[in-house]
Ligand binder design. Structure first.
Ligand SMILES: [Zn+2]
Length: 134
């Protein structure tokens, strides 16, 4: 079975995957107006600046939404599994997807911690797991 890998060479999103392979979660932000830019873009649509860059997140988020997939649609992803949307604690306008095995008990606003799933060819994907409250 062919591996499912992210496209890591894109000039606007490539750094996201490069950082994930280094075990870091990053998001793009505007250096002029400080707005987080997600999906990542080189141009800020809020203030029209091209002065944007990458910032490292603390890797903690809050569960925004989730759904349990009960019917398998690809051999690489046995059902059931849970798709989650997590908003970053240090940049709530950035929401990232993740996948959990099975159908764990979750609740809205639950604290989540990033981890990095190692893929083929040295690539990695940020994933999420429930975290204890501080
Ligand atoms: Zn801006």
């Amino acid at each position: 079975m062919a591996a499912l890998l992210p496209y890591t060479a894109d000039r606007e999103t490539g750094r996201f995957f490069e950082a994930a392979a280094e075990g870091k979660l990053v998001f793009r932000a505007c250096n002029a107006c400080n707005h987080a830019l997600h999906p990542p873009t080189a141009h800020c649509p809020y203030c029209q600046s091209w002065d944007t860059g990458w910032r490292e997140s603390n890797g903690v988020g809050r569960l925004h939404a989730w759904t349990v997939v009960a019917h398998q649609i690809h051999p690489a992803f046995p059902a059931p599994y849970t798709l989650v949307v997590v908003e970053l604690e240090d940049a709530p306008e950035v929401r990232l997807m993740g996948r959990l095995d099975g159908a764990p008990a979750l609740h809205p606003g639950q604290r989540m911690q990033v981890w990095f799933e190692k893929l083929d060819d040295g690539a990695a994907l940020p994933q999420w797991r429930p975290a204890s409250e501080p």
